[in-house]
Design a protein around this ligand. Structure first.
Ligand code: NAP
Ligand code: MG
Length: 502
């Protein structure tokens, strides 16, 4: 029996094929357990379970406030198993313990609790403007669930992203099939048990670790699925959108980024230097919102870079589950190769390697996938390392001449997920409002919150998640029109087709 099984129709089970795979700890390269590997037929079975659970209203038939109570119980269940979950998440994904505890486990509970609160809001019909044209009618809006949702997520925030997708889908009354990334399948399986224990009915949530090709594709193409919510690379996102088009599924895409951090010349340097490093190197830069471009004014450039290079040495790279580590490994060998390749490209294109730049293999790190925090200076906006998402600990420092120049550089990529401005708030706000990004932090970074919408401009995605706005993406707005003068003689517009009897 595998250590981490599929969860379909309320039961834990092996894959129909009996296939399994090992999940690896990126700090050590060692297996942390065997995982059932869902194939296409398991995906079909999971979708059918979700379809049946939706169609008999076992979940959508409950009031939002009742669904909310169960989501609150899920949050409680996560809290009770927080230490175990954090340890598992750290080993499976290479997240430092503090990241796993705060962002992944803490975030997961925060989302279930908050989305549970929003669920009740969907119980009340929303009034619309009333009209007497062409006759009096009463109009209102009801928010129906979309139906069967599928969610495909990446490996950088495994539990938190599973929680994002499931909490929003469930709050709105949908059923869901979730495919974790094969790199990081374990915590979602524990979450399945927590959902079951909290009283989520069978079939409402189904969790199937398996490969993107085949298993993931079934989730995006099966005609019984109504909505696809995808978080991952822009490259795969484009394929998802094409695949989902055949059956016109509602599609939400949360994709890549190349976020700019703009430092103004009036910034508090102690804050901005550490903030820039946190923005760029949190979770080894494997964050969709990573502030991987640092835009510095000429006047501040040399001083800022000097301070940045002094502080980057204080980042403690180490085995993720060790308390002292503030930066862990990258997720696997393939990601490591990609990052090292980008570092070479940066050097070839003429950027100056000012810090890091190499794989780390000393002090017991040789079995894992560690990259030193890397800083490039003399980067110009057209360079590959200033345009493409690296998804690793590589920061590109770019000079700007004035604020117009900073805005032009910041907006000058195909992405538009996030950005930051470091400086006096009133001045920073004016600049922030001109940035093409779904989230802009001023004197802060990486803070997502279930109350605030998150998503991308341009090729960073379609739609928003989180907050009431994000929850609405899991609903179909239904307009109801009630004719308030229901007699034939008043309905003159019928006469266009069927003349009134005299
Ligand atoms: P990825 O390669 O796009 O994979 C994401 C998910 O898609 C995985 O579960 C993967 O499955 C699956 N997948 C791959 N090919 C598929 C296909 N043909 N059909 C259906 N599913 C398929 O991304 P990643 O490397 O895991 O994650 C890094 C990327 O995610 C970065 O670009 C990052 O910016 C983005 N991201 C965006 C956000 C956001 O909210 N905007 C948040 C986090 C990450 P398997 O890997 O299991 O095969
Ligand atoms: Mg793993």
């Amino acid at each position: 029996m595998s250590d981490y099984q599929l969860f379909i129709d309320g039961e834990f089970c092996e894959a129909a094929s009996g296939e399994t795979f090992e999940s690896i700890d990126p700090s050590t390269g060692e297996s942390i357990g065997t995982v059932a590997r869902a194939g296409r037929d398991d995906a079909v079975r999971a979708i059918e379970a979700a379809r049946a659970a939706f169609d008999d209203h076992r979940w959508s038939g409950r009031r939002g406030s009742d669904r909310g109570k169960i989501l609150a119980a899920v949050a409680k269940g996560i809290k009770e198993r927080a230490a175990e979950l954090a340890e598992l998440e750290s080993r499976d994904s290479g997240a430092t313990l503090v990241k796993a505890k705060g962002a992944d486990v803490g975030g997961a509970g925060f989302w279930f609790r908050t989305m549970g609160q929003y669920a009740a809001k969907l119980d009340e019909p929303e009034p619309l403007p009333q009209t007497i044209v062409p006759g009096p009618s009463y109009n209102y809006l009801k928010r129906d669930p979309v139906g069967v949702c599928t969610a495909i997520i990446p490996w950088n925030f495994p539990l938190q992203m599973a929680a994002w997708k499931i909490s929003m889908a469930l709050a709105a009354g949908n059923t869901i099939v979730l495919k974790p990334a094969e790199e990081t399948p374990c915590s979602a399986t524990v979450l399945a048990q927590i959902l079951k224990d909290a009283g989520v009915p069978d079939g409402v949530v189904n969790i199937i670790p398996g490969p993107g090709p085949g298993t993931g594709e079934e989730l995006v193409t099966n005609p019984k699925v109504d909505k696809v919510s995808f978080t991952g690379s822009t490259e795969v996102g484009k394929q998802i959108m094409q695949m989902a088009a055949n059956t016109v599924k509602k599609t939400t895409l949360e994709l890549g980024g190349k976020s700019a951090q703009i430092v103004l010349d009036d910034a508090d340097l102690d804050l901005a230097v550490d903030g820039a490093l946190y923005g760029a190197f949190f979770h080894s830069g494997q964050v969709c919102t990573a502030g991987s471009r640092l835009l510095l004014p000429e006047s501040l450039h040399d001083e800022f870079v000097g301070r940045l290079l002094a502080r980057v040495a204080d980042i403690r790279v180490g085995v993720a589950s060790e308390k002292s580590s503030t930066m862990g490994p990258v997720v696997n060998n393939k990601q490591l190769d990609t990052i090292v390749n980008y570092i070479e490209i940066g050097q070839k294109e003429g950027a100056t390697l000012a810090a890091g730049g190499q794989r780390l293999t000393d002090d017991g790190l040789d079995k894992g996938f560690f990259v030193a925090p890397t800083v490039f200076t003399d980067v110009t906006p057209d360079m590959t390392i200033a345009q493409e998402e690296i998804f690793g600990p590589v920061l590109s420092v770019i000079r700007y001449a004035d604020e117009e120049d900073a805005i032009r550089i910041a907006n000058g990529t195909v992405y538009g997920l996030a950005a930051a401005v470091w400086g006096t708030p009133t001045r920073a706000m004016k600049l922030a409002e001109r940035l093409q990004a779904g989230t802009v932090w001023i004197n802060d970074y990486h803070l997502l919150n279930p109350h605030y919408p998150f998503g991308g401009y341009k090729q960073s995605g379609i739609g928003r998640e989180h907050g009431y706005l994000g929850l609405l993406e899991y609903t179909e707005p239904k307009h109801l029109h009630v004719g308030m003068d229901p007699t034939r003689s008043t309905k003159r517009w019928f006469d266009m087709t069927i003349p009134q009897q005299r």
